[in-house]
Design a binder for this molecule. Structure first.
Ligand code: ADP
Ligand code: MG
Length: 284
């Protein structure tokens, strides 16, 4: 692990400061929203951010106005080039600038859904994203990878390439099962990384008025006290509006409750004192 990170941090000036994967084998828990919102928050601080869409559904890609059904170059291209041993890398064709200066997207293609079947057995497939990030090290300060909700070569790549895993968990009871599955996957992959990958569980879509939310949160606190972020991402209808207009909520409506919660999360991730008081503080 240390070696892999060392590769990415090769030069001290202009190197990637931190790489996160956002994953959970359950859909609809706020993975894409987390990547977009944290990326937007960093952008508002003048950082250069790369968002990587590993999910064949391409929600992150769609968020920024691209069509994963029609895209020519994408994450898929990286894997295909590796499998075909193409010597040059086509980063300039693959990377897409967004409407937000400093925010870049490595988009998804729906073809990614066929990766495991078509190319999963080719050599070197597990480290394609790690190599990509090593090559792009000088261009970005922070990287978020939005993972697919299934275990496969894309998830393996993300967990090999990241320095910390963020696991959004919707605060409702069924979600706890999904979390167990994700932690099991993580355990398997940590073994092949040769060390445990640090991770943080993020309670999302929290609605303090519902019993389901408060019960699920309490269960998370009891079961994972050391791994649970001590804040919350509340339900905030503005997230849906932000995705409708294709902007990160943290840039578009920085005062929204949801945006403030993601800024507080960013403070935790960057290990700095909270600049913004937590909107919800403790829980009933
Ligand atoms: P995933 O990537 O895990 O499938 P998304 O981030 O796409 O989940 O979120 C699923 C849906 O829920 C989206 O429509 C999104 O706008 C909405 N959503 C996500 N987080 C919140 C939140 N905290 N409050 C309200 N809606 C949210
Ligand atoms: Mg998603």
């Amino acid at each position: 692990m240390r070696q892999q990170v060392g590769l990415i941090r090769r030069s001290d000036s202009g190197s990637v400061k931190k790489i996160w994967a956002v994953a959970n084998q359950k859909g609809g828990v706020g993975k894409t929203t987390t990547a977009v919102s944290l990326g937007g928050a960093l952008l508002s601080e003048g950082q250069r951010v790369l968002l990587i869409d590993l999910d064949p559904h391409g929600s992150l890609t769609t968020y920024f106005g691209l069509d994963p059904d029609a895209i020519e170059h994408s994450v898929y291209t990286l894997f295909k080039d590796q499998a075909e041993k193409r010597p040059e890398r086509r980063y300039d064709a693959i990377l897409r600038a967004t409407d937000f200066e400093g925010l870049w997207l490595l988009p998804a293609s729906t073809a990614q859904a066929t990766l495991d079947r078509q190319l999963g057995a080719e050599p070197g497939m597990g480290l394609v994203i790690q190599r990509t990030l090593a090559d792009l090290a000088g261009r970005f300060d922070y990287v978020f990878m939005d993972c697919p909700p299934m275990l496969g070569v894309l998830m393996v790549n993300a967990l090999a390439a990241c320095q910390q895993l963020l696991i959004p968990v919707q605060t409702e009871f069924l979600a706890l099962k999904g979390l167990e599955r994700m932690l099991h996957t993580l355990q398997m992959i940590s073994r092949s990384r040769g060390g445990e990958l640090p991770y943080l569980i993020l309670p999302t879509l929290f609605d303090r008025r519902t019993r389901a939310s408060t019960d699920a949160l309490r269960a998370l606190q009891e079961r994972y006290p050391a791994r649970l972020w001590d804040g919350l991402i509340p339900v905030d209808t503005q997230f849906r509006e932000a995705s409708r207009v294709g902007r990160p909520l943290t840039l578009w409506q920085p005062a929204a409750r949801g945006a403030r919660a993601y800024r507080a999360l960013l403070d935790t991730l960057l290990e700095r004192p909270a600049a913004d008081p937590q909107p919800l503080g403790g829980v009933a």
